[in-house]
Design a binder for this molecule. Structure first.
Ligand SMILES: [Zn+2]
Length: 161
């Protein structure tokens, strides 16, 4: 047979997926962001939670309720499987929000997510100093910023930016 290497059969490390895995799951998060019901007062975001190379939760803004944020929908789906998992969000998880008492950065840290990757820093449209990245790092969560996906993350929010 023609295969020269079998990198695809190498099991991914759940805590630290390869850059290729990161790009694949972030692309998925950005795709999910396009499913958000339109809003002029909130961002459209997609999120995927991956454990052991498998999706254990995914969500998008306003998926089940008009106040839903993508990350909390994905965390609800993942339940205990979020512990030690990697969360991919098209936008930096919020550290302050008006709609519900617990922001996504806190929900992710409390769920035991090991690492959060995001594409676009939260713009200061709705809160003065978003701060989700710093909150996560201060609470022991690894953070990866993926600016190569910023344009894809901005697209469903073009009317707000
Ligand atoms: Zn949020």
């Amino acid at each position: 047979m023609g295969g020269v290497h079998d990198a695809e059969t190498t099991p991914p490390d759940a805590r630290r997926p390869s850059d290729e895995d990161d790009r694949r799951w972030m692309a998925r998060a950005c795709d999910l962001a396009r499913r958000c019901p339109p809003s002029d007062t909130a961002f459209s975001v997609g999120a995927v939670i991956v454990a052991g190379g498998e999706v254990v939760g995914e969500g998008w803004s306003r998926a089940e309720d008009s106040h839903d944020h993508a990350e909390e929908v994905a965390l609800r789906q993942a339940g205990p499987a979020a512990r030690g998992a990697v969360a991919y969000s098209s936008m930096e998880p919020c550290a302050r929000r008006a709609s519900r008492p617990r922001p996504c950065a806190r929900l992710l840290a409390e769920a035991g997510v090991a690492r959060v990757a995001y594409a676009l820093p939260e713009p200061a449209n709705f809160v003065d100093a978003p701060g989700g990245d710093a909150y996560l790092r201060e609470n022991g969560v690894l953070v990866t910023e993926m600016p190569e996906f910023a344009a894809a993350a901005e697209a469903p929010n073009a009317h707000l930016l």
